[in-house]
Design a protein around this ligand. Structure first.
Ligand SMILES: C[S@@+](CC[C@H](N)C(=O)[O-])C[C@H]1O[C@@H](n2cnc3c(N)ncnc32)[C@H](O)[C@@H]1O
Length: 242
């Protein structure tokens, strides 16, 4: 998973938006020169704005862990419904936003160092899974997750499937990856915010068949709950031996 230094500008942008800069924009700069500008308000969306968020909420049961909770939109909603939620994020800035918003159990911690009694439901939403960086990162993340999930528990993951794009710039980037013996959905990028460019880091967009295969290798059954035309999808992982 990426560390807090690599994605610090992401947290700064979110904190600025929270403090009133509602026009804040964050640039995702890929190493081939492609730049995507994202309105920071996206991370403050209503929890019922997107089908993938709605379905994720409806899947939740019991004690919940929200990994890479960001502004805490899911955690706050679930807490309001009476659920017990632990929201974790590696950034102090996003944890500060969550605390100000009234989320009771916020932990500022890297998921790779997080140990706790197993949960009934684990959420990895809003493309947070991209922070694993590459296929071996995904394998490690899903293996480690076993200890955080009860035997009859589940994980809800919301990735982006890179195979859905028709944009020639993305297709060329994917082809370059494959020619260089990398998985097509690996991205090398950095954030740019208010004229400042952050350090490079790796990001992973994973197609649903590869996710199913790696989930199976690491002890999970994987079912796809939603697939959208833009590649956004939702997967439910349950323990194989249950
Ligand atoms: C793309 S944002 C998604 C936020 C939120 N889940 C949503 O749906 O809007 C990914 C979040 O994961 C957090 N994150 C990245 N690496 C992490 C790590 N190693 N441990 C915990 N959180 C991490 C980031 O700080 C960020 O808030």
């Amino acid at each position: 998973m990426n560390n807090s230094q690599q994605i610090e500008l992401f947290g700064q942008a979110l904190l600025d938006y929270h403090n009133g800069d509602s026009d804040a924009m964050l640039d995702y700069c890929r190493d081939d020169g492609y730049i995507q500008s994202i309105p920071v308000g996206l991370f403050f969306r209503g929890v019922t704005d997107m089908p993938s968020d709605n379905i994720s909420i409806s899947e939740c049961k019991g004690r919940i862990l929200d990994i890479g909770a960001g502004t805490g939109l899911h955690a706050l909603h679930l807490q309001g419904l009476g659920s017990t939620v632990c929201a974790i994020d590696v950034l102090e800035t996003t944890c500060e936003i969550m605390k100000r918003n009234g989320i009771k159990d916020v932990r500022c911690v890297d998921i790779s160092c997080f140990n706790e009694e197993p949960f009934d439901t684990v959420l990895v939403l809003g493309h947070t899974i991209g922070n694993v960086g590459n296929l071996s990162g995904l394998r490690g993340f899903l293996s480690n997750l076993q200890k955080l999930v009860k035997s009859d528990g589940k994980v809800i993951i919301n990735p982006l499937d890179p195979k859905y794009t028709k944009d020639p710039r993305h297709l060329t980037y994917q082809k370059f990856n494959v020619e260089n013996n990398r998985y097509l959905g690996e991205v090398r990028m950095s954030f740019k915010y208010k004229g400042k460019k952050g350090p490079p880091f790796n990001w992973l967009n994973i197609d649903s068949d590869s996710l199913k295969n790696i989930a199976y290798e690491t002890g999970w059954e994987c079912n796809i709950l939603l697939q959208e035309e833009n590649g956004n999808y939702l997967a439910r992982l349950e323990k194989q031996n249950f």
